[in-house]
Each structure stands twice: as structure tokens, then as C-alpha cells.
Design a protein around this ligand. Structure first.
Ligand code: NI
Length: 284
């Protein structure tokens, strides 16, 4: 501990997360305002975790991408599966507890229709594999030519996640404020109140507050911001970009704070990037 090598790695990881944050704010301008609602009276504010999305297609499959986190000293914690959403995910914990955890999920493309699969396989096949070698790939955005608006809609009809990833690309899907790092408010209810009082909408799919002290983790998220993008056919549309999350961890029977993720809560949080019209509907 405290050796030069260690300090260099901490700096390197810090620089990586700063670059991620800059890209995320550009995609999601309201997060800077939301953060300032808390950072002003909570100078010790930290991030609980940062989440990323990918396709289980080469060259951007989980194994290839996770290497970057393993090389930054992260270790795999536990796998998660979301059958209905066709997702597999891993949680990773950092060496330095001041750094955020990482949640990396991947869509099982083989379970989509032949048409949707064809679109995604085309996008993945056009990626320059050399691009994946650098950890900046995590804020590279779209690594392929943009799909057409029609293709986006086709993907969205099957998987909101697929459409989001095809048009938004590899970058932080959300950062998560650690409510444990706040002095005030120090409950998730208090956090939600402050965010809503400032005029921002929370994702209420399955209730605004997900999880429980008994599960070790309570979470809430805002609805995704919206951003105007140009599709491959030249049309410009406004689509959901990224959102902000809040997490409060609770101690287990051993007195240690729970460190993992709760699949049932994450399942609904994925829906933060749904179109508003969908949130009241029955869709999965
Ligand atoms: Ni999350």
C-alpha cells in the first residue's frame, strides 16, 4: 500500500472516470445540475457504481470489455441474469473503495428475431477491433455507422436496450450517487424529494424506490434525458440518452455493507431509458 505503483494506478483510474463523466454530462446535461443539488452540502459525495451496456457480439462481448476493469484492479463479484430482457451482467468491485463499482451488462443477441439479429451483427462486424484495445472504448459512443430510423424502431419493438445501444453506443448508461456518502439527505426518500423538488422526473416503473434494507440495497433513478441524433438515413430524432441513479447500501447480518446488486431492482431500472409513452404501458 502507498507504493508509487499503486498511486499511479489510482490516478489512472481517476482519469478514466473523469473522461467517462465528461462524456456522460455531454449526453445528459441535467446530471450536472442534479449532482450540484447534493455536492454543495456534501463535499464527500462519491459514486456507488457506473453501468455500461453492450452486445454479446465480438469484438465487444463482456469478456473482452471486462479486461479493462480487471487491469484497473477490479474483481468480478457476481453474475446476474435478466431472462425477460435477455441480458447477462456482472458486477465488479474496485480495489480502492473510493472508486465506483462497475455494472456491465450484455444483450443476448441470439435470442432476438433474425431481422434484429441481422442489424446488430452488421453493426458489430463493422467495429475496428483495435478500438477495443484502449479503455477509452467505454466512452467512445457509437463504434459503427448509425442505424436507420426504421432499424432503430424495429430494434425498439423487440428490445429497448438494443435500440438504445445501437443509437447511443458504448458509454456510461448511468452514474449512481452513493447515498451513503451523503450527510444530508441520508435516505433515498429524502434524495427523491430533493430531485423532484428541483423539477426532475423519477422513473416510477415498479415504484420510485426499489429494493429494501433487507435486500441490502435501495435504489432510485431519474428518467433518461433526451438527445437529438442523426440516424443513418439522414433523419434527425430525439431519443432517450442516459439517466442518473441513487443507491443506498445497508449492512447485512455480518455488519458489512452489502456490496452487490439486486437483480429484481436492476430489472426495472433498465426501463429508465424507455420512451415515456411506454412507461405506463404493459411492455417488458
Ligand atoms: Ni445501476
Amino acid at each position: 500500500m502507498g507504493s508509487n505503483g499503486n498511486r499511479e494506478q489510482v490516478d489512472e483510474v481517476g482519469i478514466f472516470f473523469e473522461a467517462l463523466w465528461r462524456d456522460y454530462v455531454e449526453m445528459t446535461p441535467r446530471v450536472a445540475k442534479i449532482r450540484s443539488l447534493f455536492s454543495e452540502d456534501n463535499p464527500a459525495l462519491t459514486n456507488d457504481h457506473v453501468a455500461f451496456r453492450t452486445f454479446d457480439c465480438e469484438p465487444i462481448g463482456l469478456e473482452r470489455l471486462e479486461r479493462h476493469f480487471l487491469s484497473m484492479g477490479y474483481r468480478r463479484l457476481a453474475p446476474y441474469h435478466f431472462v425477460e430482457k435477455k441480458l447477462d451482467a456482472w458486477g465488479y468491485v474496485p480495489q480502492d473503495p473510493e472508486q465506483p463499482r462497475v455494472f456491465l451488462s450484455a444483450l443476448r443477441v441470439g435470442e432476438l428475431s433474425a431481422q434484429a439479429r441481422g442489424i446488430i451483427e452488421r453493426l458489430c462486424a463493422s467495429i475496428d477491433p483495435a478500438r477495443i484495445e484502449d479503455r477509452s472504448v467505454f466512452h467512445a459512443g457509437v463504434l459503427w455507422s448509425m442505424p436507420s430510423w426504421e432499424e432503430y424502431q424495429l430494434l425498439q419493438a423487440e428490445s429497448d436496450y438494443a435500440a438504445w445501444l445501437a443509437a447511443i453506443g458504448l458509454r456510461a448508461n448511468h452514474f449512481t450517487i452513493s447515498v451513503n456518502s451523503l450527510r444530508s439527505p441520508n435516505t433515498l426518500e429524502g434524495v427523491i424529494e430533493r430531485v423532484e423538488a428541483a423539477g426532475f422526473s423519477m422513473n416510477s416503473a415498479g415504484g420510485k424506490l426499489r429494493g429494501s434494507p433487507l435486500e441490502g440495497l435501495e435504489q432510485a433513478s431519474t428518467l433518461a434525458d433526451r438527445i437529438r441524433v442523426r440516424f443513418g438515413d439522414g433523419s434527425e430524432r430525439e431519443i432517450p440518452s442516459c439517466y442518473y441513479e441513487f443507491a443506498r447500501r445497508h449492512p447485512g447480518p455480518d455488519g458489512e455493507l452489502f456490496s452487490g446488486f439486486v437483480a429484481a431492482s436492476a430489472d426495472r431500472i433498465f426501463e429508465s431509458t424507455h420512451n415515456p409513452d411506454d412507461l405506463t404501458g404493459k411492455r417488458t
